[in-house]
Design a protein around this ligand. Sequence first.
Ligand SMILES: N[C@@H](CCC(=O)N[C@@H](CS)C(=O)NCC(=O)O)C(=O)O
Length: 200
Amino acid sequence: MKLYSSLSSPYARKVRVVAHELGLSDLIDEIHCDPFAPPPELLAANPLSRIPTLVTERGEALPDSTLVIEYLQTRGRGLTALPRGSKRWAALRRAHVAEGVINAAFATVIEKRRPEGIRHVAFLDRQADVIRRSIAVLDLEAAELIVDTPSVVEISAGVALAYLDLRMPYLEWRKGHEPLERWFTVFAERPSMLATQPPA
Ligand SMILES: N[C@@H](CCC(=O)N[C@@H](CS)C(=O)NCC(=O)O)C(=O)O
């Protein structure tokens, strides 16, 4: 399989963590690229010009981290399945909130690439508010986050928090969120997280 990816993309990191947890990393050739200067092979696989994009051995292109993760779970075992029944919706909601943190943090990074004078300050404030509210929700529900074998919920949450440390440390998300901090401290030491750390 070919994974168009980068070492700093949080979306790609979710996929790389899942691949590691499932023991599939050796089956995946990572092709690091910049989606803003896309190689033709990425565009051929994904007209959205986004990473991660996976191309399977059969040439099927999967242009989104959620799709890729769903696919990888058909290829290997090693993640905790989402709960059934009413707990399922709470778990999916947490995953969605964590994904929203990644979206808001990534949007912030892109907006900050503009020269300071033309940055949309209200937009940046809104993203920071989204992140603060979402961290408060994840913290309230930290007891529900699995400490051992993770599910996609923990992987999304762990990657989101690590991305905040990388790109928005000034938000100091740990302050006032000790339960979430305690969970993350253990999660961040998983071999899959250590093996996928972005370069300093
Ligand atoms: N929903 C997509 C988002 C992927 C995404 O936006 N990736 C960023 C890199 S971190 C990208 O390729 N951005 C290029 C762009 O926004 O045009 C996913 O989960 O894979």
